[in-house]
Design a protein around this ligand. Structure first.
Ligand code: NAD
Ligand code: WQD
Length: 344
């Protein structure tokens, strides 16, 4: 009997890749998404890859009654993967209340409804942003949580505390918190990928749009950092590798593989790559030059951060497999597919 999993934010970037991996693993997936930062055509892409069209409910997770109705009409949901959130750091500074409401109330609604519907576990999308600039690199899950540099980062920290406090108060469900580093790339089929609204804030979509001529040139935010080539360092992880970790996390919870009701894992490659190195990897992998210029630092940027993924490697039995060099080419193939479809 296929186990039912609810994926909130399932037409989004990471959610859509995770739906594919859940389906490949034999799960029956229900997507809830309000399409505030994605579109329903993503479901066509999911179906093209897996051959299975997931059930989709266009619904805002702030709508507790709507969620309750969804759970009532779809009995037997065993687990939730909660991706739905607003995630633009810069926007969060301009619109903090939107972020606090959207990123906190949606989680609270789900946690309150889970016991009423026999839902056994929730996987939560957190971020390495909770670490700020770590004192020690690579960063482990035991690193201190630093004061958030943005309302967005603060919502992730508060979300983690909400889950921790709820479980420690005796809630009858488990949770696995996954702290993502920098997800990049697209499914190898190029049927799904990252599709940011408007001008991309993140490096890779801006880079691929520049390479295609949509953007005039890429601004590299600073080359005067204390790093080998002066540009910032990040841990860029293939989005499909990231998605596979969610299937393992759900299985771990539903098959009661751990005594702990709350576990936290870093999802990264363990390898730090600089902005200039990533540009170089793109040009070598695609043969396409990226026009760029060095400009001043971007406010709030962390200088360097990369994961110590040993706990996920050993406890989950998960390791990021794809190299940055191969992954950045999947981002380019996706950008070419968008152009082919006349989307960008
Ligand atoms: P995304 O914006 O592509 O996906 C989020 C999805 O959630 C979108 O489809 C959006 O329409 C939906 N959504 C937002 N608010 C909703 C609501 N109230 N009700 C229903 N649907 C709602 O973002 P993503 O990159 O796929 O990120 C997914 C999760 O991972 C987010 O929680 C994000 O904070 C977290 N995360 C992302 C990154 C990253 O670099 N992309 C890194 C760390 C953590
Ligand atoms: C990566 C590097 C920039 C754009 C953010 C959020 C984080 C998570 C992932 C949600 C940095 C540089 C970027 C550009 C550049 N999101 N850059 N020119 O800032 O590491 O993380 O997205 O959870 O929470 O903070 O990702 O892709 O924006 O930047 O030089 O046009 O690329 O300075 O060093 P970031 P990013």
């Amino acid at each position: 009997m296929k186990q039912k999993i609810l994926v909130t934010g399932g037409t989004g970037y990471i959610g859509s890749h995770t739906v594919v991996e859940l389906q490949n693993a034999g799960y029956d997936v229900i997507i809830v998404d309000n399409l505030s930062n994605s579109n329903a055509e993503v479901i066509d892409g999911i179906e093209k890859i897996s051959g299975i069209r997931p059930l989709f409910a266009e619904l805002d997770c702030n709508d507790k009654e709507g969620l309750n109705k969804l759970f009532t009409e779809n009995p037997g949901i065993k687990g939730i993967i909660h991706f739905a959130a607003s995630k633009a750091v810069g926007e969060s500074v301009q619109k903090p209340l939107l972020y606090y409401r959207n990123n906190l109330v949606t989680l609270i609604n789900l946690l309150e409804l889970m016991p009423q519907h026999g839902i056994e576990g929730i996987v939560f999308s957190s971020s390495c942003t909770v670490y700020g600039q770590p004192d020690i690199l690579p960063v482990t899950e035991d690193a201190p949580i630093k004061p958030a540099l943005s309302p967005y980062g603060n919502t992730k920290q508060i979300n983690e505390e909400i889950i921790r406090d709820t479980i420690y108060a005796g809630a009858d469900f488990k949770s696995i918190i996954l702290r993502y580093f920098n997800p990049i790339g697209a499914h190898p089929s190029a049927e799904i990928g990252e599709l940011p609204n408007g001008v991309p804030q993140n490096l890779v979509p801006f880079l691929t749009q520049t390479a295609l001529g949509i953007r005039k040139e890429l601004s590299v935010f600073g080359d005067d950092y204390d790093t080998p080539d002066g540009s910032c360092i990040r841990d860029y992880i293939n989005v499909a590798d990231l998605a596979k970790a969610h299937v393992i996390a759900i299985e771990r919870m539903l098959e009661n593989k751990s005594e702990d009701k709350l576990e936290i894992f870093n999802l990264g490659t363990g390898r730090g790559v600089s902005v200039l190195e990533l540009i170089n990897a793109f040009e070598k992998g695609t043969g396409v030059k990226v026009p760029y210029k060095i400009v001043g630092r971007r406010e709030g940027d962390i200088e360097k951060v990369w994961a110590n993924p040993e706990r996920a490697n050993k406890v989950l039995g998960w390791t990021a497999k794809e190299s940055v060099e191969d992954t950045i080419v999947t981002a380019w193939n996706w950008q070419l597919k968008l152009r082919e479809r006349g989307i960008q």
